[in-house]
Design a binder for this molecule. Structure first.
Ligand code: KG4
Ligand code: ZN
Length: 360
């Protein structure tokens, strides 16, 4: 009698764990990037193909979920073909399939999850459901081949701002998080007030390089949470009120100084709490991740502040900071090695807490 898929996959996963080796085909579709990667042993990217939808969503000033889902459907299968072509590989070279199943836009996630389940079933390969933020953190395993838990992590993306202690692969202690906007959201909302297109984080970063960070004294928020929590909505309101008071022409004339001062306030909050967390946990290394980890001002300020305390800063290479499937392949490998595979009933989970990953 033929064993059911789940029993076959448990046996196959056990074999892979014994070998300690696996090529993962990884899929990411949680927001506005469709991305497919082939990753060997969690550390080596064999192929990475990403189709960004930003040019389409730009016209709406943000991501339109319905459009995002439809564009994922159109892109996903040719991205898989392109990844195989780049790596000169085929399905028989793949040991398992990893896919982001949350958090994110539910319709967008469902495209990747459904596609990955269909591939896993048709190709008879184990399936791994990956937490998107776990993916961001795991981008560092690619950039730093010797990095292993435990370490202190700062996650700064469009939807999340968190200080976590990474105890082990897939095990996190939350030390602090944002009470309102995420750091990336603060960048994007600030950019919008300054008349910059979506997503404006990178544009603020570029403008800030030419402006004076001390030109305007934006508030450094008092947070009514724990000492390591963040709050960025007051900062955004301060910029909005200033812009309304002064008018569009003034904003345009002072854009670089506004961007530099606004960015400095965000960076100050992130650097202050991260240094505090590093002291509290006596961490020798801090690992940053997420789209905002690409911010040059943040990287420079964190490196300097942590360096003074004898703490080393690790950040992913720029291309691995924003959403990509290589990071999902890295996280997927370490999950597979722990035997944490999913069944064909894997579903998209738009609000998924970190550290609670479903097992078969
Ligand atoms: O991690 P990510 O690609 O998507 C989420 O999971 O949310 O992060 C996207 C966010 C956006 O808010 C974008 O504006 C921000 O990262 N971002 C930046 C920079 N590059 C991307 N923010 C500041 N400086 C940058 N250089
Ligand atoms: Zn992301």
């Amino acid at each position: 009698m033929v064993q059911p898929y789940s029993a076959r996959m448990r046996a196959r996963t056990e074999e892979l764990r014994q070998q300690g080796k696996a090529v993962i085909l990884a899929i990411e579709s949680s927001c506005d990037e469709t991305s497919v990667a082939l990753v060997r042993d969690g550390r080596q990217v064999l192929a990475l193909q990403t189709a960004s939808q930003i040019d389409t969503h730009k016209d709406y000033g943000g991501v339109v979920p319905e459009i995002a889902s439809r564009m994922h459907v159109e892109a996903i299968s040719w991205l898989v073909d392109a990844a195989f072509r780049d790596a000169s590989m085929a399905w028989q070279d793949v040991d398992a399939i990893a896919v982001t199943y949350g958090p994110g836009l539910v319709g967008a996630l469902l495209v990747g999850v459904s596609f990955a389940k269909a591939c896993a079933f048709a190709q008879d390969k184990p399936l791994v459901g990956v937490h998107h933020i776990e993916g961001h953190i795991s981008a560092n395993y690619i950039t730093y081949p010797d990095l292993t838990p435990p370490y202190l992590g700062l996650v700064v993306s469009g939807g999340h701002t968190m200080l976590v202690r990474v105890e082990d692969y897939g095990r996190y202690t939350l030390l602090g998080s944002t009470m309102d906007d995420a750091a990336g959201e603060a960048f994007d909302k600030g950019a919008r007030i300054l008349g910059l297109p979506y997503p404006g984080g990178r544009l603020i970063d570029e403008l800030a390089a030419t402006g004076n960070p001390e030109a305007f004294a934006f508030p450094r928020a008092k947070v009514h949470g724990g000492p390591l929590d963040f709050s960025f909505s007051g900062l955004k309101t301060a910029l909005m009120q200033l812009a309304h008071r002064q008018g569009e022409a003034w904003v345009e004339a002072h854009r670089a100084d506004l961007a530099a001062s606004y960015q400095a306030a965000i960076v100050d909050a992130l650097v202050g709490r991260t240094c505090q967390a590093a002291e509290d946990t006596t961490a020798p290394v801090v690992v940053i991740s997420g789209g905002v980890a690409a911010n040059k001002g943040l990287r420079r300020a964190l490196e300097a502040a942590l360096g003074q305390r004898g703490v080393r800063l690790l950040a992913p290479s720029l291309g691995l900071c924003t959403d990509n499937a290589a990071m999902i392949g890295a996280a997927g490998y370490f999950q597979l090695m722990q035997g944490r595979i999913a069944g064909l009933d894997l579903n998209a989970v738009p609000y998924l807490p970190l550290g609670l990953v479903e097992n078969v």
